[in-house]
Structure formats: structure tokens, C-alpha cells
Design a protein around this ligand. Sequence first.
Ligand code: ASP
Length: 372
Amino acid sequence: MHLQGQHLQGQHILSVEQFSLADINTLFTTAEKLELVAKGVVTTKILDGAILANLFFEASTRTRMSFHSAFARLGGDICDTTGFSFSSISKGESLADTAQVISEYADVIVMRHPEQGAVADFAQHATVPVINGGDGPGEHPTQALLDLYTITRHFNQTNQPVDGATIALSGDLKHGRTVHSLAKLLARYQQITFHFIAPDSLQMPPAIIDWLAAKGHRVHCFPRPEQGLPDADVIYCTRIQKERFNAEQLDATPDESQLFSINQTIINRYAKPSAIILHPLPRDSRDGAFDLSTDLDADPRLQIFTQAANGIPVRMALFVHCLGLQDLVGHDFAPAPWAQSKSAPKKPAPQKPAPQKPAPQKPAPQKPAPQR
Ligand code: ASP
């Protein structure tokens, strides 16, 4: 199932394995053209009249809202449903029926589902493009695209090729769908060295390790960050996906001595000064969590908020290509009337002092009358 260059039109987007390097470059070129729309500096109506159905059956903040925001910024409308309890699936409706019905209501569907493969099953019955917004521990293709967009933009600025890069992925690599998709997407490049940093029980699935190795990439698995961080050009951290542990795995949860957080001390000690630190978010910021520490927030290597913002232009580009509108991008760009107020200072502008009444003039001192 290989898509070529410009041929994303009408396709379901289910796995990163669909994208060739040409597809990725085409998408990223469109995403760059849409940057100012994404930031609300210019407007477009390219999707005027189109409807997105945003179906999220698992928790989401960024993915759901950024798909919504991307479609709305392109001039389209959105209808959505979140959670099973508010959907007819809770009344026993099959995914097949839901897919056929929603296809009549919308021009494109984004779906997140807790079961691996469920979005692909749903897509088989849909007659409009379906985009996988995350299927259980399976894949999260649009997250991987925005991660790669962040990486390639950074590497372009520093004149570094992606070919030959060392990429460290850490955290829960077993259940984290973002790392599954990102590793597979990076495999499109040449001679990548992957450092997978996780306790044994949360290591990258062997099928993915073997697949990467068969494509000629170097793969090293490490249990500790101090072993896997040195030499990494990208450090991609993830949270422990406890919600995906089944009863058996809960017993097999690594003891805390095997878990780690990536914090300023570790980064200062083991990471390259030129590395960038990414995370798909949300990160677990509670005390004692084994995740990316907030003590890194002032470190310029931390790019997590730029990365999250990049979700908008990348998802816009995907909509534009899936709906075959890429040639129209830019034709109707107009300055956003609110753009100026967006860049205005956040603090209220200092008030001009109220005009004061002129102070009553003192009578000019009179020259004493000459004494005669
Ligand atoms: N937001 C990402 C996802 O949906 C990462 C996470 O939840 O940890 O997979």
C-alpha cells in the first residue's frame, strides 16, 4: 500500500508505512506554505463547505483539538463525538454501521479508538477518507508526521541531514504508539542509529526492531538513559502508558528501580549540547513520575511546545492532500483581521495621562510702582 508523491487524494491514512519519502516531502512543503494560516496570521476558505467528523473514543486533548483547529483554520466545519458513552456504539452499533452513516455526514473522518486495528476495520466500511488519530498501542501516524516535521526543520536550520542521525527513544516503547510510528517513519531515511531506552518489560516490540534492522538501520536497546543518550541528535521521551497494561502486565510492571525520568542533571551529564528533546505529550508532571521532568523547561534543547504547535500545519497539509486541494493552497490567502491584536502586547497598553486642567495661572508679579 504505497502512496506516491502527490497521490494522497481519497486515501485513508492508517499507518506511516503508507508514506514514501516523496510523500513526506510533498506534505511538508504544503505544511510550510500553511504555516501562517496555522498561526492565524492569514485566512483561507479552501475547505469552505467541507465537514470533518472527529470521532474520539479514547482520551485526547492535543490530537482532537489540533485536527479540529486545522480543519476550521482551512474554512471547514467540524462535527464530533467523544467517548463511547455519548455514541451509538454504546447501544451496540457496529463500527461498520457507524462508518457508513458518518460517511454520509462528512467529507473526511478522523478516528481514535482504544483497540489496535479498529480504525482500519472502520475505514473498510467508510466511503470518505479516514485518518487514524491513534489506535490503541498500534500507530499514531499524524503524530509521527509532526514529530518528523519538527526534526527535519531543526536539522535544516543546523544543516544536518536526517540520514545517518542517531535517534534515542525512551520510556514505554512497548505500548507507546507514537514511538512505533516514528521509528517506522524514520526508517525511510538511510543509516539511522536507533537507541531504544526502556526497561526490558517496556522495550520496543521485537517485530519493529527486526523490521528496522532488516532495512539496514542500527538498533541498540539500553535499560538506562546514561547508556543511550550520549551521541543522540534527537531525544524523544514518552510517558509510561499504564492504561494499556492488562492485569497480567500490571503484575509484570517493572519495579521502580528500573524506571527513570529524564531530567536536567541527566541531560547535562549525558546529552549533546546540540541535541533536541521531544515528547508527544502529555507528560506526567506529577511528583515522582517517571517521565520528562519539568526542570528542563528553560533548556533551549526542549522543543516540546514547538512540536505540539507543528501539529496544526502538518494536519492541515494532510487534509488538503487527502481532499486533493493542494494546487489551490495560497490562492485566497488574506490577512486575518485579528492578527494585529494577536501580536499586541499581552499587558494593557499604558494609559495616556488624562489631560490635566491647565493650572490656574498665577498673576504675573507686578513690578512695584516706582516710588516717587
Ligand atoms: N498523546 C500521545 C498518544 O495519544 C502520547 C500519549 O498519550 O502518551 O499516543
